[in-house]
Design a binder for this molecule. Structure first.
Ligand code: GLU
Length: 418
């Protein structure tokens, strides 16, 4: 029997890079330097658990590229993570930062663990030890972590504190996504969802959607999904369906998000919400809506279900929610995709603002942050849209082409040392 061999996450990332390199006619020499990661650190470290036993955890910090500035990227705590995926996510950060014009390279970190099964004190010990293990790589001018799946502002505060203890003074700019009390930025929590909202509204404008009230289904009700749903509703888009890992709810007349949030707080999930029908996470993808926001995990829109999607616009909130096989199908079906690399870039854009505020010890108000976020992300959107239209390629390939060109330019002008 023939065994189907699926490309690994990093091979997929490399393929996407190759396609962009073809579009801009990148030389083989230039490709070789960008196709692989620059540094990869694997650490195995012990943590004393609450019952006094010792468990050894494995973690990573990978820097893909630092030609345009310090490496930047989140830290993920998840049971199903490995070096291959961390490398792919690190490479994605390089392109994401370049696509929106931030002076950063790309990196990613992770610890293989299930944070929901750890107590607060175990989580703190794990975090402080992991931060110590990767401290040789991170710092404000070197590599700046941020939250990702399974981590949050509290975890960032512990990392910042650990780095600061080693330095003997507070190094607030060593991490972003911190609580506001310790040098975090206003607006950072909502930033990925706010960026996704701005771009969804630009996408609707570009598509001349003439429905009176466009509708949206949001798959995934974590930080990105919740903010996007709330902000889109505030902007007049009707939220008809949302889901979390247990399943979702759908009401074609719109969901009352306030009541839904109360239900979620009590029940720990959205399913079972009155005045809506339950739907599965597969069904939510295929609902008749104007906009679909996959904001859960990777590989939700695939070669298998892309042909059945009824949305006109997809805002890819979660990294790699759309598999490479789905891209051409969506393109042929004229479904407009705002790809992950800009759709959720609001997070890293406001991380950049946080880093700048920490470095200058001068903090901005939320309104200023949101205005600047709007400027940076909308400018990137139109640059990418023009490339997409001029070169007749989809938005993802256009974003990659622009990003890869910027990183290649930086590499060329810097030259090869020595
Ligand atoms: N983890 C987020 C991402 O994948 C944010 C990274 C950051 O702010 O550095 O974009």
């Amino acid at each position: 029997m023939a065994v189907e061999t699926r490309a690994s996450a990093f091979q997929t990332a490399q393929r996407r890079f190759d396609a962009a390199a073809d579009v801009i006619g990148l030389s083989d020499d230039a490709r070789r330097g960008l196709r692989d990661v620059k540094r990869e650190l694997t650490v195995h470290f012990p943590v004393r658990m609450d019952d006094a036993s010792v468990r050894v955890f494995t973690g990573w910090r990978v820097q893909h590229n630092i030609s345009r500035g310090p490496a930047k990227g989140g830290i993920r705590y998840h049971p199903n993570i490995n070096l291959d995926l961390v490398k792919a996510l690190a490479m994605l950060m390089t392109w994401k930062c370049a696509a929106v014009g931030l002076p950063y390279g790309g990196s990613k970190g992770a610890v293989a663990c299930d944070p929901n099964k750890l107590s607060m004190s175990e989580l703190e010990h794990l975090t402080r030890r992991y931060a110590t293990e990767i401290a040789i790589l991170i710092g404000p001018e070197k590599d700046i972590p941020a939250p990702d799946m399974g981590t949050n502002p509290q975890v960032m505060a512990w990392i910042m504190d650990t780095i600061s203890m080693h330095s003997g003074h507070s190094v607030t700019a060593s991490v972003t996504g911190k609580p506001v009390d310790v040098g975090g930025s206003e607006g950072r929590i909502d930033a990925p969802g706010r960026g996704a909202t701005y771009l969804t509204l630009e996408g609707l404008k570009y598509l001349h959607v003439d429905e009176e009230t466009p509708t949206v289904a949001v798959q995934g009700y974590g930080q990105v999904g919740r903010s996007t749903a709330r902000l889109l509703a505030e902007a007049g888009v009707k939220v008809v369906a949302v889901s979390d890992s247990r399943g979702g709810v759908y009401n074609p007349n719109g969901l009352d998000l306030g009541a839904l949030e109360e239900h979620r707080q009590v029940r720990g999930g959205v399913t079972g919400f009155k005045k809506a029908d339950n739907v599965t996470n597969d069904e939510i993808i295929e609902l008749p809506v104007t906009v679909l926001v996959p904001a859960a995990v990777q590989d939700q829109i695939t070669g298998e279900n892309a042909g059945r999607i009824r949305a006109r616009l997809i805002t890819e909130g979660a990294n790699a929610a759309i598999s490479p096989e789905a891209d051409p199908i969506l393109h042929d079906r004229n479904i407009f995709v705002v790809p992950d690399i800009i759709a959720n870039a609001g997070g890293v854009i406001v991380s950049y603002f946080e880093w700048v505020q920490d470095l200058q010890a001068f903090f901005w108000e939320e309104e200023e942050i949101n205005t600047k976020l709007h400027h940076v992300i909308t400018r990137a959107f139109y640059e990418i849209l023009h490339t997409s239209v001029n070169k007749r390629i989809d938005m993802r390939l256009a974003a990659y082409a622009l990003a890869v060109q910027r990183v290649a330019n930086a590499t060329t002008v810097r030259g090869i040392y020595p």
